[in-house]
Design a protein around this ligand. Structure first.
Ligand code: HEC
Ligand code: HEC
Length: 336
């Protein structure tokens, strides 16, 4: 209870813009274990998944038929063998079209109460609509997807086994979302440390973890996913965008969803789990190293020029957040 009170107090501190308050408070009120960061568990506590739905969802995740020209699958941009993202600054969809924002990982996305950098999708199911229609992703539509899957005898049979109403847009989204609920990466060295295995992380990583809390990184990156559970402005104590230049619509963040001035440059705080595997960083993908990303956070979110040694310790801590991939994350479309 005491620690819960502390993390709520942090949320109420000067660095939390109004836009994020309700969302953040609702999420943290569920925090019951010690500390701002909780160990990861799989399956998600209280939310086991349906094996048959998830297996179908896994096939759909690797299915290029979902895209207009049958060239792009979810897995094209969310490579499960490489951090669950695509390692690009911005993603390439059908016809090599370039998207407008960096692809986040799908690992542990199921823990985030809302999806996308600007939080515009309220669930994993709703999220699926995005890539299906996005002109620079799959550039398709539900009629086409449903008709193609219905014409495929094996899909038709499997859908009928899993869902009474067979192939529908809702069922495609539901199966993919169920598969994504299996993409949890528990047992990182840091999770083992949190569970009491002191030596599971290195001395620099332990110093980095202390620093992470002391200087206030954990006021934004917290909870089971070390982030993902609140909206915050990028540039609390400095104007990242003015200094970077070349401002694009995607830089407006949550403003694109709400149209409220105070949501300009507000983003969902990303999870830092597996962050060592998901370079380049930030919604604009313009930062290629984790050390540089940490220094940028120090400068623009906390108003501090971090010493090189502190950056090194924070990076060592972030490296300890790389978890164990679930078996369903095997890189082919075949079932494990
Ligand atoms: C062409 C590349 C591309 C394809 C194909 C693609 N995605 Fe994404 N995905 C992205 C990008 C870019 C974003 C971030 C978009 C944003 O936030 O506005 C994203 C975001 C997401 C997120 C949100 C993660 C988070 O933390 O907010 C999920 C979940 C996701 N994609 C799943 C899928 C699924 C499921 C499919 C297939 C139906 C898919 N993606 C197809 C590039 C892609
Ligand atoms: C005021 C809230 C806040 C604080 C404090 C904060 N961050 Fe962040 N962090 C964010 C937001 C918001 C983003 C996403 C910015 C964007 O890309 O638009 C982010 C992004 C990141 C990223 C990039 C993740 C990715 O997948 O691209 C890293 C790494 C990171 N933060 C680490 C840290 C560290 C280390 C500290 C402490 C030195 C810290 N953050 C402090 C809010 C915060």
């Amino acid at each position: 209870m005491l620690l819960r009170a502390i993390s709520l107090a942090l949320l109420g501190s000067a660095c939390a813009p109004d836009a994020s308050r309700e969302f953040a408070a609702a999420e943290t009120s569920r925090v019951e274990v010690e500390g701002p960061v909780l160990p990861l568990e799989a399956p998600i506590p209280g939310r086991d998944y349906d094996r048959a739905e998830a297996a179908l969802g896994r096939r759909l995740f690797f299915e290029p038929m979902l895209s207009r020209d049958r060239s792009v699958a979810c897995a094209s941009c969310h490579d499960l063998a490489a951090g669950g993202d695509d390692g690009q600054v911005r993603s390439y969809g059908v016809d090599g079209r370039l998207g407008s924002i960096n692809a986040p990982t799908v690992f542990n996305a199921a823990l985030n109460p809302v999806q996308f950098w600007d939080g515009r999708a309220p669930s994993l199911e709703a999220q699926v609509n995005g890539p299906i229609h996005h002109p620079a992703e799959m550039d398709s539509d539900w009629d086409t997807v449903v008709s193609r899957l219905t014409q495929d005898a094996e899909y038709q049979r499997t859908f009928a086994e899993v869902y009474p109403d067979g192939v529908t847009a809702e069922n495609v989204a539901s199966a993919i979302a169920e598969f994504e609920r299996t993409l949890i990466t528990p047992n990182s060295p840091f999770d083992r440390f949190l569970r009491g295995e002191h030596g599971a992380i290195t001395a620099p990583a332990r110093r980095g973890w202390s620093l992470f809390r002391e200087i206030g990184c954990a006021s934004c990156h917290q909870g089971r996913n070390v982030g993902g559970n609140m909206f915050q402005v990028f540039g609390v104590l400095g104007d990242y965008f003015a200094e970077r230049g070349d401002i694009q619509p995607a830089d407006l963040g949550r403003y694109n969803v709400t149209g409220r001035d105070r949501d300009r440059h507000v983003f969902r705080v990303p999870s830092l789990r597996n962050v060592a595997l998901t370079a380049p960083y930030f919604h604009d993908g313009r930062t290629s190293s984790l050390a540089a990303a940490v220094a940028i956070m120090g400068k623009y979110q906390l108003g501090r020029e971090l010493e090189a040694e502190d950056v090194g310790d924070l990076v060592a801590f972030l490296n300890s957040l790389t978890g164990v991939l679930p078996s369903a994350a095997g890189s082919s479309g075949e079932s494990p």
